[in-house]
Design a protein around this ligand. Structure first.
Ligand SMILES: NC(=O)c1ccc[n+]([C@@H]2O[C@H](COP(=O)([O-])OP(=O)(O)OC[C@H]3O[C@@H](n4cnc5c(N)ncnc54)[C@H](OP(=O)(O)O)[C@@H]3O)[C@@H](O)[C@H]2O)c1
Length: 256
């Protein structure tokens, strides 16, 4: 065990995240989860994430989208947060263009019900090269599917439900090599249960209370997923943890 002393100052909090080599994923694409939790693990306050997010977390949250080829999110988060299209600074857009990427990454919404507002900004106020994707399954309602097809890019990934592996394969086939998963906890839990979370960037906010909703809700019966700590940053009272999936099994567990 070590104590942590404040180390060198990091002038650009995004820099350590930009430096991560995500070019060798375990599967077709690299999946980074980016979540914020209270000290008690809560993922929302009255159904919204905003009250949990401190100023340094908000700044990193906005900037992190620069790493993404696509920003993947569960439908409930889109509904509750009135999730909008991705915005990036002019500098970030320039850096992406210089790497041959579209200036902005598209959003990809995961939904079986397709109970989504097709007039929302996330569908209507997006550039032509970053149209919002709708990841759904064959069991989706036909009329809603037709609406989804008009509003965005439909991605079929499963029969009765969206299978995370099929969804990620389809995103990779569309050229998306780095998938940023911004939750919510239900969809993130599905990704974890499918062993497809390569990296978790978790902000710890100095708050307790909020909803009884942890940052990841793995489906019943799913095994444990193990991660290795790769970085710790702190600003004010917010801690930023970066973990990567453990390549080989072997977390020593005690009898606690
Ligand atoms: N702390 C954070 O960093 C953070 C981040 C994001 C969100 N949040 C909070 O989390 C809450 C929402 O999260 P949530 O866990 O309730 O919902 P969620 O994960 O955002 O979305 C769940 C929805 O995604 C779709 N979905 C998930 N798995 C699916 C599958 N295998 N196949 C087909 N569709 C699937 C379903 O949509 P349909 O119902 O349309 O079929 C399901 O209802 C909000 O309060 C939000 O503020 C917190």
């Amino acid at each position: 065990m070590h104590t942590l002393e404040p180390g060198i100052e990091v002038p650009d909090p995004l820099a350590p995240y930009l430096e991560v080599d995500r070019s060798q994923p375990r599967h077709e694409c690299w999946v980074t989860g980016h979540m914020v939790a209270g000290l008690d693990g809560t993922a929302a306050v009255d159904g919204r994430v905003g009250p949990l997010s401190t100023r340094p977390d908000q700044a990193l949250y906005r900037a992190m989208r620069e790493i993404a080829d696509v920003v993947m999110v569960g439908a409930e988060t889109v509904r509750r947060e009135r999730f909008g299209p991705v915005r990036l600074s002019d500098e970030a857009q320039g850096r992406r263009r210089s790497l041959g990427k579209p200036a902005l990454p598209p959003v990809a919404v995961v939904s079986r019900s397709l109970d989504l507002d097709w007039t929302a900004r996330v569908f209507t106020q997006v550039p032509a090269d970053a149209r919002t994707h709708v990841i759904t399954c064959a069991a989706a309602n036909g009329e809603r599917l037709a609406e989804a097809d008009r509003a965005g890019v439909v991605v079929m990934a499963g029969e009765e439900r969206v299978e995370p592996a099929a969804a990620l394969r389809a995103l990779a086939d569309l050229g998306h090599r780095v998938v940023l998963c911004e939750g919510g906890p239900t969809w993130l839990g599905e990704v974890v249960a499918a062993d497809r979370l390569d990296e978790l960037c978790l902000s710890l906010s100095p708050l307790m209370g909020g909803d009884p909703l942890p940052v990841s809700v793995t489906p019943p019966g799913a095994g444990m997923a193990a991660f290795e700590l790769r970085a710790i940053l702190a600003e004010d009272d917010t801690v930023f943890l970066r973990y990567e999936a453990r390549s080989a099994p072997g977390v020593e567990r005690g009898e606690r």
